[in-house]
Design a protein around this ligand. Sequence first.
Ligand code: NAG
Ligand code: NAG
Ligand code: NAG
Length: 341
Amino acid sequence: MRRMQCYKYGVCACVFLYIYYFFGVGDYIYSKSFEDDFDYPLNIDIKPIVAEVMSGKKPSVAPINYYPHRFLTNSGKCSTLEKLDLFIVVKSAMGNFDQRTAVRQTYGQENLVPGRIIKMLFFLGVDAPPKSETQKRIDEEMAQYKDIIQIDFLDNYYNNTIKTMMSFRWLYEHCPIADFYLFTDDDMYISVTNLLDYVHELTASVLEINKTEKERDVNIFSGYVFKSAPQRFRSSKWRVSLDEYPWNKWPPYVTAGAYIVSNKSMKMLYVGSLFVKHFRFDDVYLGIVAKKVGIELTHCPKFYFYKKTYSKIGYRNVIASHGYGDRSELITVWNEQNSVV
Ligand SMILES: *[C@@H]1O[C@H](CO)[C@@H](O)[C@H](O)[C@H]1NC(C)=O
Ligand SMILES: *[C@@H]1O[C@H](CO)[C@@H](O)[C@H](O)[C@H]1NC(C)=O
Ligand SMILES: CC(=O)N[C@H]1CO[C@H](CO)[C@@H](O)[C@@H]1O
């Protein structure tokens, strides 16, 4: 009888320990409060430093986060222009030739909206040397379309933040003249006309609220805004340890996939990133930087981070939807939405 009970307790303890470990219970208990203790490095007010850099001064604090990569290709797309309505950044994986073709045939066409100046570029990393078949095909693709900026970092999921922030740097250095920047992935459906309508309305409402702000100076960072917490389960692909991120919540962040950033916000996010420690999820990272530089995020439900089921009527107001990795599907849907009838 006694032995039986001992055995039961033993089993219970094991089950408890297993659950405790497996679900990362300790990580939840010991995480720091986001509201009270968010001191992500640099743990100083970086707003004045960002203002220094943006007014052309040398910052009083040295940058801590500079990605030492080079742009391997160039594009004359911005150099002869004085103003741009929209710049579309498409983050693409090296092997996604079909997706890039589909983007060029749909929302990536630059002369779509009469009276609006729109430019589009793809941003890619590299694979390991020696020169792969994929790289040879990309070389040909670049020669033909001149719409690819390649950056010398290894292109994989874990280096996503490098890709995002290197594309910010490219814009900051080579194309700071657009009113708005759309960041998107090569598997998204995008409606440029709905997007332009939206930013027009949003700018007007921001100016309505704050009359002292100038149109050229609005801060806008918008898309599908998430308010969530880090996953601590051991089995999760998204598991984040306390060492990496000790707080119990993420800052609000705009989910990657598609988001829109105004001229000023693009610059503040890039300059701010030089003073904010690297984090491997690019959307969370931009959320952290936005919080530190004081940019408020605007949630817009017309950006779908999942695939919105297609119907002709249902897509009338959609700005972006995930799930269009299939070339012919993107072309079909986009054509139907953009047909005149
Ligand atoms: C990118 O990710 C790989 C790991 O898959 C790593 O070896 C590499 O150093 C990372 N960084 C760069 C800059 O390529
Ligand atoms: C209004 O905009 C100005 C200029 O950008 C800014 O300094 C000020 O803090 C803003 N006021 C509010 C209430 O947001
Ligand atoms: C539309 C807009 O706000 N453009 C501005 C972007 O920032 C540059 C300076 O970096 C200004 O010259 C543009 O007027």
